[in-house]
Design a protein around this ligand. Sequence first.
Ligand SMILES: Cc1ncc(COP(=O)(O)O)c(C=O)c1O
Length: 403
Amino acid sequence: MTDLHQRLEDLRDRGLYRRLRIVSGPQGPRIVLDGRPVLLLCSNNYLGLADHPRVREAAADAAMRWGAGAGASRLVSGTMRIHRALEKRLAEFKHADAALLFGSGYLANMGVIGALSGAGQVVFSDELNHASIIDGCRLSRADTFVYRHHDLEHLAWGLEQAGRRAALIVTDSVFSMDGDVAPLVDLVGLARRHDVRLVVDEAHGVGCMGPGGRGAVHAAGLEREVDVVIGTLGKALGSYGAYAACDDDTARWLVNSARSLIFSTAPPPPSVAAALAALELLIEDDHLVERLGGNARVMREALAAEGFDVRGPDTHIIPLIVGDAETTMDLCEMALEDGVFAQGIRPPTVTPGTSRLRLTVMATHTAQELRGAARVLGRAARDAGLTATAQAPHEDHGQPAAA
Ligand SMILES: Cc1ncc(COP(=O)(O)O)c(C=O)c1O
C-alpha cells in the first residue's frame, strides 16, 4: 500500500503541499480568511455578483419554490422549467441557437470534448489550456496534439499531419493562469481551412469582456464562427454550473452523447435561478464589466509603479511570476500578513519554474484598495529578496522572473 503520509511530506518538502483555507462570510472584495480580515485578490467572482442581493434572493426563492436539488439527470427525471429558462436566456445572450447547461465548467469540457471526438481522431489543444480541457481530451480517447502556446504554425503543422483524423481545436479564450487571450480570429481561420470544429472555453471571458460582457469571442466579432462556446456560471456570473452555446444539431448531439450531462444530476434550482438573476443584471446594465476593465488598468499601473513588470494583455487576470514554488508561497504568506490574499499557484496547475501569484481584480474593489494591495505586494517582494519584478506572460516562460 502506498504511504500517503510520506507522499504528503514529500509534497511539503517540495513546497507543493496544499491546504484548504477557511472563509467566513460571502465572497466579497474583503473576506475573513482563517479568522483574519483580508482583501481578496484571487477570486473569480469578477463582478461581485455572488453576493449581490438580487442574486441571493433569486437563489433563496428558487429553493422555496423548486427545492434544493434537481433530483436526477435531466434525461432521467425531466428538465425543470428553471433550467430551460436559463438556457433560453443564455442562448439569446450569446446569440446562439441553443445553450445547454452542465453541472460545472469541468463537466462541460469533459462532456463536450468527449462528444465531439473519439478514438482514432485527433484533438488539438493549446499547451496552457485549463486542466478540465486536458482531462476532457484524455477521457475522449482521441489522440491529443498539444500545440505550443499561441503557436499557429505549430498548430497548422499538426493539422496537416493529422489530415482527416483531425476532429477538434480547443482553447481557453482568456487563459486562466496568465490572463492572455487566444488568437481567436486565426484559430477560426485554421479550423475552417482544415474543416475541424473549434471549441472555445470562455470561463474567464464571459462577463469580463466583449460587448455587454458576452466574452472574447464576441469581442473578436466571431459570434457565429465558433462551433461551441463553453462558459461557466461560477465565475463572473456568481453562481455555479456551466453551459455550451452552439447550434441546434450540436445541442441535440450533446444531449445524446455528452456523458457528463447524461450521467450526472442536473444543476440545483437555486444555482440556476441565481445564474439567471446574474445574467439579467448583466443584460440590464454592463457597467460592472466596464468597472472590471477599469480596475484591471488601475491594478496594472499600481503594480508597475512598484517595479513589477506587468506588460502584456490588459485583462483582469494578472500573473506575478516568481519561479520556484517555495518562494511563491513565502510571498503569498507575507502578503497575507499584511492583509492581502493573492493565492500562490504552483505545479501542476502551472509548469515547473513558473509558480506565481495569480491576481484577479473584481469590479467591486475600490481603486484605493487595489493601490494599497500593490504596495503590500511590492514590499513583500522586496522583503523576500526579490526585486519587485513580475513577468509578462510567456516572454521567457521557463525562467524565474525574480532575481
Ligand atoms: C478555463 C477554465 N475552464 C473551466 C473551468 C472549470 O469551471 P468550473 O469551476 O465551473 O468547474 C475553469 C475553472 O477555473 C477554468 O479556468
